[in-house]
Design a protein around this ligand. Structure first.
Ligand SMILES: [Zn+2]
Length: 263
Protein backbone atom coordinates (compact mmCIF):
# COMPACT_ATOMS: atom_id res chain seq x y z
CA UNK A 1 0.00 0.00 0.00
CA UNK A 2 1.26 3.45 -0.86
CA UNK A 3 1.33 6.20 1.75
CA UNK A 4 -1.99 7.62 2.85
CA UNK A 5 -3.29 10.63 0.97
CA UNK A 6 -2.64 13.87 2.95
CA UNK A 7 -6.29 14.92 2.73
CA UNK A 8 -7.31 11.49 3.94
CA UNK A 9 -4.88 11.85 6.86
CA UNK A 10 -6.41 15.24 7.64
CA UNK A 11 -9.88 13.68 7.73
CA UNK A 12 -8.64 10.86 9.94
CA UNK A 13 -7.17 13.47 12.27
CA UNK A 14 -10.50 15.30 12.38
CA UNK A 15 -12.94 12.41 12.54
CA UNK A 16 -10.79 9.80 14.22
CA UNK A 17 -12.08 7.11 11.88
CA UNK A 18 -9.90 4.76 9.85
CA UNK A 19 -10.50 1.76 7.64
CA UNK A 20 -8.79 -1.52 8.53
CA UNK A 21 -6.32 -1.05 5.68
CA UNK A 22 -5.49 2.46 6.83
CA UNK A 23 -5.08 1.32 10.43
CA UNK A 24 -2.73 -1.46 9.28
CA UNK A 25 -0.72 0.97 7.22
CA UNK A 26 -0.49 3.48 10.07
CA UNK A 27 0.69 0.73 12.40
CA UNK A 28 3.57 -0.14 10.11
CA UNK A 29 4.46 3.21 8.50
CA UNK A 30 6.41 5.72 10.57
CA UNK A 31 6.09 8.47 7.97
CA UNK A 32 2.30 8.35 7.90
CA UNK A 33 1.84 7.88 11.64
CA UNK A 34 4.14 10.82 12.37
CA UNK A 35 2.26 12.92 9.84
CA UNK A 36 -1.03 11.90 11.42
CA UNK A 37 0.28 12.77 14.87
CA UNK A 38 1.29 16.21 13.59
CA UNK A 39 -2.11 16.65 11.99
CA UNK A 40 -3.88 15.64 15.18
CA UNK A 41 -1.80 18.19 17.02
CA UNK A 42 -2.73 20.70 14.32
CA UNK A 43 -6.41 19.85 14.64
CA UNK A 44 -6.17 20.86 18.27
CA UNK A 45 -4.45 24.09 17.33
CA UNK A 46 -6.85 24.61 14.43
CA UNK A 47 -9.87 24.22 16.69
CA UNK A 48 -8.40 26.57 19.25
CA UNK A 49 -7.61 29.22 16.62
CA UNK A 50 -10.93 29.00 14.79
CA UNK A 51 -12.09 32.21 16.42
CA UNK A 52 -8.98 34.22 15.64
CA UNK A 53 -10.14 35.13 12.16
CA UNK A 54 -6.80 34.30 10.51
CA UNK A 55 -8.22 31.45 8.48
CA UNK A 56 -11.59 32.91 7.71
CA UNK A 57 -11.40 33.34 3.95
CA UNK A 58 -11.21 29.79 2.56
CA UNK A 59 -13.93 28.33 4.81
CA UNK A 60 -16.17 31.30 4.03
CA UNK A 61 -15.72 30.73 0.30
CA UNK A 62 -16.52 27.05 0.71
CA UNK A 63 -19.46 27.96 2.88
CA UNK A 64 -20.80 30.37 0.26
CA UNK A 65 -20.47 27.76 -2.47
CA UNK A 66 -22.44 25.25 -0.44
CA UNK A 67 -25.04 27.85 0.49
CA UNK A 68 -25.65 28.57 -3.18
CA UNK A 69 -26.03 24.83 -3.81
CA UNK A 70 -28.61 24.59 -1.08
CA UNK A 71 -30.37 27.66 -2.41
CA UNK A 72 -30.44 26.18 -5.90
CA UNK A 73 -32.14 23.14 -4.44
CA UNK A 74 -34.69 25.32 -2.68
CA UNK A 75 -35.55 27.30 -5.78
CA UNK A 76 -38.54 26.02 -7.69
CA UNK A 77 -40.03 24.42 -4.61
CA UNK A 78 -41.07 27.47 -2.66
CA UNK A 79 -39.67 26.11 0.58
CA UNK A 80 -36.81 28.08 2.10
CA UNK A 81 -36.84 26.66 5.58
CA UNK A 82 -33.68 24.67 5.01
CA UNK A 83 -31.64 27.74 4.12
CA UNK A 84 -33.54 30.11 6.35
CA UNK A 85 -31.65 28.98 9.41
CA UNK A 86 -28.32 29.34 7.66
CA UNK A 87 -28.84 32.96 6.78
CA UNK A 88 -28.17 33.93 10.36
CA UNK A 89 -24.59 32.72 10.04
CA UNK A 90 -24.03 34.56 6.78
CA UNK A 91 -25.50 38.05 7.04
CA UNK A 92 -24.04 39.19 3.69
CA UNK A 93 -26.48 37.04 1.75
CA UNK A 94 -29.53 38.83 3.14
CA UNK A 95 -33.01 37.58 2.30
CA UNK A 96 -32.32 36.76 -1.34
CA UNK A 97 -33.48 33.11 -1.25
CA UNK A 98 -36.93 34.03 0.02
CA UNK A 99 -37.34 36.57 -2.76
CA UNK A 100 -36.08 34.16 -5.41
CA UNK A 101 -38.33 31.33 -4.35
CA UNK A 102 -41.30 33.65 -4.12
CA UNK A 103 -40.68 34.61 -7.73
CA UNK A 104 -40.31 31.04 -8.94
CA UNK A 105 -43.37 29.87 -7.08
CA UNK A 106 -44.34 26.55 -5.50
CA UNK A 107 -45.61 25.11 -8.78
CA UNK A 108 -43.51 21.91 -9.05
CA UNK A 109 -44.04 20.46 -5.60
CA UNK A 110 -47.70 19.56 -5.94
CA UNK A 111 -47.17 15.95 -7.07
CA UNK A 112 -45.16 14.45 -4.18
CA UNK A 113 -44.27 17.26 -1.82
CA UNK A 114 -43.37 15.06 1.15
CA UNK A 115 -40.91 12.95 -0.86
CA UNK A 116 -39.35 16.00 -2.44
CA UNK A 117 -39.00 17.68 0.91
CA UNK A 118 -37.31 14.62 2.41
CA UNK A 119 -34.96 14.33 -0.54
CA UNK A 120 -34.07 17.97 -0.40
CA UNK A 121 -33.49 17.89 3.33
CA UNK A 122 -31.31 14.85 2.90
CA UNK A 123 -29.28 16.63 0.27
CA UNK A 124 -29.02 19.75 2.38
CA UNK A 125 -27.74 17.73 5.30
CA UNK A 126 -25.26 16.01 3.02
CA UNK A 127 -24.03 19.33 1.71
CA UNK A 128 -23.71 20.76 5.19
CA UNK A 129 -21.76 17.72 6.35
CA UNK A 130 -19.58 18.04 3.28
CA UNK A 131 -19.10 21.73 3.91
CA UNK A 132 -18.15 21.09 7.51
CA UNK A 133 -15.63 18.47 6.39
CA UNK A 134 -14.17 20.68 3.67
CA UNK A 135 -14.01 23.65 6.01
CA UNK A 136 -12.32 21.49 8.63
CA UNK A 137 -9.76 20.27 6.10
CA UNK A 138 -9.13 23.81 4.89
CA UNK A 139 -8.71 24.99 8.47
CA UNK A 140 -6.40 22.10 9.33
CA UNK A 141 -4.25 22.51 6.23
CA UNK A 142 -4.16 26.26 6.80
CA UNK A 143 -3.19 25.87 10.44
CA UNK A 144 -0.65 23.27 9.45
CA UNK A 145 0.95 25.74 7.07
CA UNK A 146 0.99 28.34 9.85
CA UNK A 147 2.62 26.03 12.37
CA UNK A 148 5.15 24.28 10.14
CA UNK A 149 8.46 26.12 9.70
CA UNK A 150 8.51 28.46 6.69
CA UNK A 151 10.67 27.50 3.76
CA UNK A 152 14.15 28.81 3.10
CA UNK A 153 14.82 30.24 -0.34
CA UNK A 154 17.88 29.65 -2.52
CA UNK A 155 18.94 33.06 -3.80
CA UNK A 156 22.30 32.42 -5.50
CA UNK A 157 24.74 29.73 -6.46
CA UNK A 158 28.25 29.41 -7.81
CA UNK A 159 30.37 26.68 -9.26
CA UNK A 160 33.89 26.95 -7.90
CA UNK A 161 36.75 26.37 -10.34
CA UNK A 162 40.26 25.18 -9.45
CA UNK A 163 43.35 27.38 -9.32
CA UNK A 164 46.42 26.14 -11.25
CA UNK A 165 48.15 25.01 -8.02
CA UNK A 166 45.19 22.75 -7.24
CA UNK A 167 44.47 20.80 -10.41
CA UNK A 168 41.40 18.59 -10.22
CA UNK A 169 39.81 20.57 -7.40
CA UNK A 170 36.18 21.60 -7.80
CA UNK A 171 33.45 23.01 -5.63
CA UNK A 172 30.06 24.60 -5.41
CA UNK A 173 28.41 27.25 -3.28
CA UNK A 174 24.74 27.78 -2.55
CA UNK A 175 23.34 30.90 -0.85
CA UNK A 176 20.12 30.44 1.09
CA UNK A 177 17.96 33.10 2.67
CA UNK A 178 16.11 31.99 5.79
CA UNK A 179 12.66 33.35 6.68
CA UNK A 180 14.24 35.65 9.28
CA UNK A 181 16.40 37.28 6.58
CA UNK A 182 19.60 35.52 7.61
CA UNK A 183 21.70 34.33 4.68
CA UNK A 184 23.91 31.28 4.67
CA UNK A 185 26.46 29.97 2.20
CA UNK A 186 26.85 26.22 1.89
CA UNK A 187 30.16 25.27 0.32
CA UNK A 188 31.11 21.90 -1.11
CA UNK A 189 34.71 21.19 -1.97
CA UNK A 190 36.26 18.26 -3.73
CA UNK A 191 40.04 18.64 -3.48
CA UNK A 192 43.14 16.73 -2.43
CA UNK A 193 44.12 17.24 1.20
CA UNK A 194 46.77 19.86 1.86
CA UNK A 195 48.85 21.21 4.76
CA UNK A 196 47.02 23.28 7.36
CA UNK A 197 43.32 24.02 6.95
CA UNK A 198 40.83 25.45 4.49
CA UNK A 199 39.02 28.74 4.86
CA UNK A 200 35.95 30.11 3.09
CA UNK A 201 35.92 33.75 1.96
CA UNK A 202 33.64 36.22 0.24
CA UNK A 203 35.55 38.61 -2.00
CA UNK A 204 34.45 41.67 -3.98
CA UNK A 205 34.57 41.45 -7.79
CA UNK A 206 37.64 43.72 -7.94
CA UNK A 207 39.27 41.89 -5.01
CA UNK A 208 39.46 45.18 -3.07
CA UNK A 209 37.79 43.71 0.01
CA UNK A 210 37.22 40.29 1.50
CA UNK A 211 35.63 38.71 4.54
CA UNK A 212 36.31 35.35 6.11
CA UNK A 213 33.29 33.13 6.72
CA UNK A 214 35.23 30.50 8.63
CA UNK A 215 37.09 27.25 8.43
CA UNK A 216 35.84 24.54 6.10
CA UNK A 217 36.09 21.24 7.93
CA UNK A 218 35.73 18.23 5.68
CA UNK A 219 34.17 18.61 2.27
CA UNK A 220 31.07 20.61 3.17
CA UNK A 221 30.21 23.49 5.44
CA UNK A 222 27.47 26.08 5.95
CA UNK A 223 28.40 29.61 6.96
CA UNK A 224 26.35 32.62 8.02
CA UNK A 225 26.87 35.70 5.87
CA UNK A 226 27.39 38.78 8.09
CA UNK A 227 24.37 41.13 7.99
CA UNK A 228 26.41 44.07 6.63
CA UNK A 229 27.80 42.14 3.66
CA UNK A 230 26.07 42.90 0.36
CA UNK A 231 26.41 39.76 -1.73
CA UNK A 232 25.99 41.83 -4.90
CA UNK A 233 29.36 43.37 -3.99
CA UNK A 234 30.98 40.31 -2.45
CA UNK A 235 30.16 38.11 -5.41
CA UNK A 236 33.20 35.82 -5.28
CA UNK A 237 33.20 32.68 -3.14
CA UNK A 238 36.74 31.51 -2.45
CA UNK A 239 38.21 28.56 -0.55
CA UNK A 240 41.86 28.94 0.42
CA UNK A 241 44.50 26.64 1.79
CA UNK A 242 45.75 28.23 5.00
CA UNK A 243 48.95 27.30 6.84
CA UNK A 244 48.83 27.01 10.65
CA UNK A 245 50.79 30.24 11.06
CA UNK A 246 48.36 32.24 13.19
CA UNK A 247 47.95 34.82 10.42
CA UNK A 248 44.24 35.53 9.96
CA UNK A 249 44.63 37.06 6.50
CA UNK A 250 44.14 35.19 3.24
CA UNK A 251 47.20 33.07 2.46
CA UNK A 252 47.00 33.87 -1.24
CA UNK A 253 46.75 30.14 -1.91
CA UNK A 254 43.26 29.78 -3.30
CA UNK A 255 42.06 26.25 -4.06
CA UNK A 256 38.82 27.15 -5.87
CA UNK A 257 36.85 30.30 -6.58
CA UNK A 258 33.61 31.16 -8.34
CA UNK A 259 31.22 34.03 -8.91
CA UNK A 260 27.72 33.98 -7.46
CA UNK A 261 24.91 33.75 -9.96
CA UNK A 262 21.66 35.25 -8.65
CA UNK A 263 19.69 33.57 -11.44
ZN1 LIG B 1 2.88 5.51 4.81
Amino acid sequence: MSHLDPERLALIAIENSTTDAERDHLASCDACSIELAELEHTVTIGRSTLNLGVLESPPERVWEAVLSEVRAQSEGTGDTRDTGGLEHTSPTTGAAPAAESAASGPDTTAAEPAVRLRKRRGLSRLLLTLAASIAAVVVVVGAWNLTRPPESVEIASASLAAFPDHPGAAGAALVTELPNGERTVTVNLDAAAGEGFREVWLITADASALVSLGELEGSEGTFVVPDDIDLRDYVLVDVSQEPLDGDPTHSGDSIVRGELDFG
